[in-house]
Every structure is written in structure tokens, then in C-alpha cells.
Design a protein around this ligand. Structure first.
Ligand code: SF4
Length: 281
């Protein structure tokens, strides 16, 4: 053993107690102070971030909705339904045929169809199978033939050959749901009973954050709440035209859109404003 290195012996005076006290004193700060600090610091950060992100922004605030409507009026001042028709019955048939098809496609078929069967009674006298070849090119022609012939028979039997102008009665016709009924009521009878929700209105209302719903009936309810009633008919025509001209399902032409700085859709192709996931169509 080297000189001077001698194992310590317990002191009779109790000096070893002092050594123990020092060890305890060193251990305390390590155990007590370390864990709580990160918890206290970490908690407030996300709360502050969330608050600043959402503060003051309401997508359906009346001023924002009014600005959207104003710009739509400037973009599409005199638009109406693009389906060719000259009576409520013709509009009803054209709207039934337009499901899963384009207005251009339907307009190719209907002039000859209405020349061949000029009245609702003429349609009521058909079987669905007889009508199928005439509407085949619009797609889903078996179901559409059933709906058109079924609607004609019911209109002749229950409504004296006249297309009813009440929502409840229209909804009793085969193949007629709220979208078709709203088209006929708004465009032909000029009655604002609801908002037409087709594929364009569905997509663009979500992009503009006028609704976050995905079900057409719930979207319509949301739109009826935020759009003034006197605008219901024109608004759906304008949005349908906007969907055809600029706000495509894929690659919308955002750089040419005058609603751009009001739009936070996540799938915009060009943007001067922050986009939000929730606004994605
Ligand atoms: S900015 Fe783009 S996504 Fe938004 S409404 Fe206009 S075209 Fe549609």
C-alpha cells in the first residue's frame, strides 16, 4: 500500500456523521428539481398557438358571406339553369336525366325526346322499356326511364297532368328528391323552398367553408342558414356556373378566380392566403 493511503477508520468523535450529511444534501436537488420543470413549461405552448390561429375567423360571418355573394353577382350576373326546357314537365324530365350526366349531354337528347312525346300524357302511356333507347346516352338509362315514366303516370293520375308546385307533392314523384324538386321549384315556379345541392354546390360550398358537411341534405340546411332566402335560387345557379368555368373538381383555376383571397380550400392551385385542411372539398 502506498505511503499515506490509509483506510479511514470510524472516528470516535463521530466525524463520519458529517460525511453522511453532505451526501444526502447533494442527492436532494437531483431528485426533486428535475422532473416537474418540463411539464410546467410545455403545457401553455399549444394552447397559445391554437388561440392565435383561430382567433377572429368565422367562415360564415355575415360580412364574409355577403362579400362572396357580391363577387358571385359580379362574376355571374344573369345565370340560370342550363337545361333546355319550355315547361315544368320538360324541366323535370331534363333534371332527372341530368343525374350523373352533363347538361350538354342531356340537351342533345331532349329536343328529339320532347318532339316524339310532346305531353306528359304521352310519357305516361309508355313503359320504361319503350323509353330506354331514347335516353340511353345519358347513362343509367334503365333507372331514369323508370323514374320518368313513373313520374308521368303519377302526375296524370294524382295531379291532373300538371307538375305540382309544392315541395311535399314533388317529393312523392318517383325519382324526385330535394335536388330535382328545388330545380323545378326555383327555376320554373320561382319559389325559393331550398338550395339546389348538386356536385358543384357540394364541392364549392365546402371549399368556401360555407359548410363542413358531406351529406347533401345537411349541406342544404347549412346553406339555407347562411345564405339569405332571396338569394337561394340565384346562388345555386352561380355556384354551378362557377364549377363549370373555374372551380373544377381537379385543378381549379384559382389564379383566375375573383373569390381567391376569400378562399382557404386546401386543394387550391394558387393562393395568396393561408389554406385550411377543414376547407378541403
Ligand atoms: S380560389 Fe380556387 S378553389 Fe377557391 S373558389 Fe376560386 S377556383 Fe375554387
Amino acid at each position: 500500500m502506498a505511503r499515506g493511503v490509509v483506510p479511514r477508520q470510524p472516528a470516535r468523535t463521530g466525524r463520519q456523521d458529517r460525511v453522511q450529511k453532505v451526501r444526502v444534501a447533494r442527492a436532494r436537488p437531483a431528485k426533486v428539481s428535475a422532473p416537474p420543470k418540463p411539464r410546467q413549461k410545455a403545457a401553455p405552448k399549444p394552447v397559445q398557438a391554437r388561440a392565435s390561429k383561430t382567433k377572429g375567423y368565422n367562415p360564415v360571418a355575415p360580412e364574409r358571406v355577403a362579400e362572396i355573394l357580391k363577387r358571385l353577382d359580379q362574376l355571374y350576373p344573369d345565370v340560370t339553369c342550363a337545361l333546355t326546357h319550355s315547361s315544368a314537365w320538360e324541366l323535370l324530365v331534363a333534371t332527372i336525366l341530368s343525374a350523373q350526366s352533363t347538361d350538354v349531354n342531356v340537351n342533345r337528347v331532349t329536343p328529339e325526346l320532347f318532339r316524339k312525346y310532346p305531353t306528359v300524357e304521352a310519357f305516361a302511356a309508355l313503359t320504361p322499356e319503350q323509353l330506354e333507347p331514347d335516353v340511353r346516352s345519358t347513362g343509367f338509362f334503365r333507372n331514369k326511364s323508370k323514374s320518368v315514366v313513373g313520374a308521368a303516370k303519377k302526375i296524370v293520375a294524382d295531379f291532373g297532368g300538371q307538375v305540382p308546385d309544392e315541395m311535399d307533392n314533388l317529393l312523392t314523384l318517383p325519382g324526385v328528391a330535394r335536388k330535382t324538386a328545388n330545380v323545378v321549384l326555383g327555376t320554373w315556379f320561382k319559389k325559393a323552398e331550398g338550395v339546389v345541392v348538386d356536385t358543384h354546390v357540394h364541392r364549392i360550398s365546402r371549399r368556401l367553408e360555407l359548410t363542413s358537411q358531406d351529406d347533401p341534405q345537411k349541406i342544404e340546411q347549412d346553406l339555407m342558414r347562411v345564405i339569405p332566402r332571396e338569394k337561394w335560387i340565384l346562388f345555386s345557379h352561380q355556384i354551378i356556373w362557377h364549377g363549370r368555368k373555374l372551380c373544377y373538381a381537379r385543378k381549379p383555376k384559382c389564379a383566375e378566380c375573383s373569390l381567391e383571397n376569400l378562399c382557404h380550400a386546401a386543394d387550391k392551385t394558387w393562393s395568396t392566403v393561408e389554406t385550411h385542411k377543414g376547407a378541403k372539398a
